[in-house]
Design a protein around this ligand. Structure first.
Ligand code: SF4
Length: 417
């Protein structure tokens, strides 16, 4: 599927003005996801180090939110102090979690400390106790548990993300349909395509020395499944929800035609989905947020938008379509005039692709950049720095560096994004 970038808004994010600051508070986790790119090497960071990193981000990144990641951030013993410190610095704290350690009591305390919301990672390749072998559809029960728990406390934003594996690709619509039925409490979905390097590749470090790739958690000895790309995820989503139209993107750092981040936002109520937010409205939301709040936006502050969203119809063609669809629905079912209208974001992330010459096509203006020894480093490749002192160059054992590029294929990194 070809996506025409001219139909989309290219997010204006950059290294020094980016809505997301990715802060890993720990590399310890309480489960082991197949797609994880982090391994236990150092444990929990100290509160002092974390505070320093928050201030570094504040100075050099101008973030709207700090995404607290890991490892599992909820098992950091000072997670409440971390959240409170970020809030004191007038930045939104967001916790990226597998939610295993999340209880109603901890949830209330996090909210009291100033938490803005969660991104909860649930998928069927996490080896969760009691959930092994269950489908994505069956995992909706677990998603529902956390969506309800968070809705009961109220005032918190929640996005569910999952890694898409070739073997679970066909199950994406089951997750999307569940989220749409819960549009009043699920504010967004993110699908991250699974990538991996394999032992059929050779890795060399910055001194051109060959390294032992098996030290990286995302290297597999065998991986013969076909990789999934973001346009494929978009296609399957659209097939099952034709109202979805992507409106924003980030391309690749090398390839002109790659789509690394693809975003859209559905408009609907608990009874029906009417359409999407288009390119113009996406641009307006970024520009006005920056103009009036000083930062670009990654997480919508308010999913309960109401029918006033249709006032943007004159300048946004996707919203115009949604408004017409809503109007027809209200004529057929007048009671729906009083149904609350929500927006629900849909994001697709395709992690780095390795080119035949060994360079990686990364996300342009990587939003999930983190700090390593006083420098910004793409978080999906942090372990290359931690283990080998810098980015590796990866080439297929049988591929010559002179081979032509292989669009959207090849080994890459597993990316959480
Ligand atoms: S960390 Fe990697 S996958 Fe995530 S946004 Fe940055 S380059 Fe993309």
């Amino acid at each position: 599927m070809t996506i025409d970038k001219r139909e989309l808004y290219r997010f204006p994010w950059s290294m020094n003005d980016n809505p997301i600051a990715w802060l890993e508070v720990s590399d310890i986790c309480n489960i082991h996801c197949e797609g994880c790119y982090r391994q236990f090497m150092t444990g929990h960071k100290s509160l002092d180090q974390i505070k320093e990193e928050v201030l570094f981000f504040k100075r050099w990144r101008n973030p709207d939110n700090v995404s607290l990641a890991g490892g599992e951030p909820l098992i950091h013993p000072q997670i409440l102090d971390i959240v409170a410190f970020i809030r004191q610095n007038k930045i939104k704290p967001i916790v990226l979690t597998n939610a295993l350690a999340l209880t109603p009591e901890l949830l209330r305390e996090l909210k009291k400390a100033g938490l803005a919301g969660f991104t909860i990672h649930i998928d069927s390749h996490q080896g969760r106790p009691g959930w092994v072998g269950k489908s994505e559809k069956e995992h909706n029960q677990l998603r529902q548990k956390y969506a309800d728990m968070i809705a009961e406390v109220g005032g918190l934003y929640v996005v569910f993300n999952s890694t898409v594996y070739p073997s679970t690709f066909q199950e994406i619509p089951d997750v999307a349909a569940w989220a749409q039925a819960n549009i009043d409490r699920v504010h967004g979905l993110v699908f991250i395509t699974y990538r991996t390097a394999t032992e059929s590749q050779v890795g060399t470090d910055i001194t051109k020395q060959e390294v032992d790739l098996t030290k990286l958690s995302y290297v597999r000895d065998k991986f013969d499944e076909r990789f999934v790309t973001s346009p494929e995820v978009y296609r399957i989503l659209q097939e099952h929800c034709p109202q979805l139209a992507a409106s924003g993107y980030l391309g690749g750092s090398i390839r002109h035609d790659s789509i690394k981040w693809l975003s859209g936002a559905l408009i609907g109520s608990r009874k029906a989905i009417y359409g999407s937010v288009g390119k113009k409205a996406m641009e307006a939301s970024q520009v006005f947020h920056h103009l009036f709040r000083g930062t670009y936006l990654a997480y919508m502050a308010q999913a309960r938008i109401g029918s006033k969203v249709f006032m943007a119809a004159p300048f946004d063609k996707e919203i115009k379509k949604a408004a017409r669809c809503w109007g027809r629905d209200v004529l057929r079912h007048p009671g729906r005039l009083f149904e609350t209208i929500y927006v629900q974001s849909i994001g697709i992330i395709q992690a780095p692709d390795v080119m035949p010459d060994g360079r990686a096509d990364m996300c342009d203006s990587c939003p999930d950049i983190t700090i390593h020894e006083g420098q910004f480093v793409n978080s999906c490749r942090l372990d290359e720095y931690r283990l080998f002192g810098g980015f590796l160059s990866l080439t297929d054992k049988q591929t010559s560096p002179d081979s032509p590029p292989h669009p959207q294929e090849g080994g890459g990194k597993t990316g959480e994004g």
